[in-house]
Design a protein around this ligand. Structure first.
Ligand SMILES: Cc1cc2nc3c(=O)[nH]c(=O)nc-3n(C[C@H](O)[C@H](O)[C@H](O)COP(=O)(O)O)c2cc1C
Length: 192
């Protein structure tokens, strides 16, 4: 509960490198998550230095190529965060459906259970990062360049569906807590 209550989305990081054992601890937490049929259909790609810079450039190129009237939302800011964070963990879904989606982007498949398993791994990694004294951000703005990132990392991860990126690092400042509605508002609990 301490990690669950204390975790915040961190969007500004110190330059200090993250020791490899801490990154491994975060990855270990991800790989221990529950998944549908224990498929463990996640793959984590750890990027630092120039390999991270190349990935961020893939996203920026895609944002630059968008028509002027197409809203970019928080994506330029997310690209800046990915640039500044010392580590980026890109998370993929490697299930057969995920591979199919990567092969034919645009087709939608009912594969919610597979993604829920990958999301469980992501949340476990965010909590493990907090436990290790790190901040992190769950980034879906990478979808602006989903196909391009899948192609860019295919030599490393094979054909797989991009799910998100995570940026663990030492927080540069204490982020404000986001307002949460709380469990009572989120819960229906009919009397017996
Ligand atoms: C699926 C998902 C995708 C997200 N994508 C982004 C993103 O691309 N960029 C960003 O700045 N924050 C992103 N966030 C962070 C949310 O904005 C953040 O979790 C929310 O505002 C609540 O704040 P908290 O994490 O500090 O509790 C994402 C969060 C989730 C769960």
């Amino acid at each position: 509960m301490e990690a669950i209550r204390g975790r915040r989305s961190v969007r500004a990081f110190c330059l200090d490198p993250v020791p490899r054992p801490l990154i491994e601890q975060v990855l270990e937490a991800g790989a221990l998550a529950p998944s549908a049929k224990n498929m463990q259909n996640w793959r984590f790609v750890v990027l630092q230095g120039t390999s991270k810079a190349r990935l961020v450039q893939v996203l920026r190129d895609q944002l630059d190529a968008l028509p002027a009237d197409r809203p970019k939302g928080s994506a330029p800011n997310s690209a800046r965060i990915m640039d500044e964070a010392p580590v980026l963990i890109v998370v993929f879904n490697t299930s057969p459906t995920g591979r199919e989606i990567a092969a034919s982007r645009g087709n939608l498949h009912p594969h919610s259970a597979e993604i829920q398993g990958v999301a469980a791994a992501i949340q476990s990694m965010l909590l493990a990062a907090f436990d290790a004294g790190l901040g992190s951000l769950w980034i879906c703005d990478v979808f602006y360049a989903a196909q391009q990132i899948e192609c860019h990392l295919e030599p490393v991860v094979g054909q797989a569906e991009l799910v998100a990126a995570i940026s663990p690092g030492y927080p540069a400042s204490e982020p404000r807590a986001a307002a949460k509605r709380g469990w009572r508002e989120a819960t229906c609990w009919p009397e017996e």
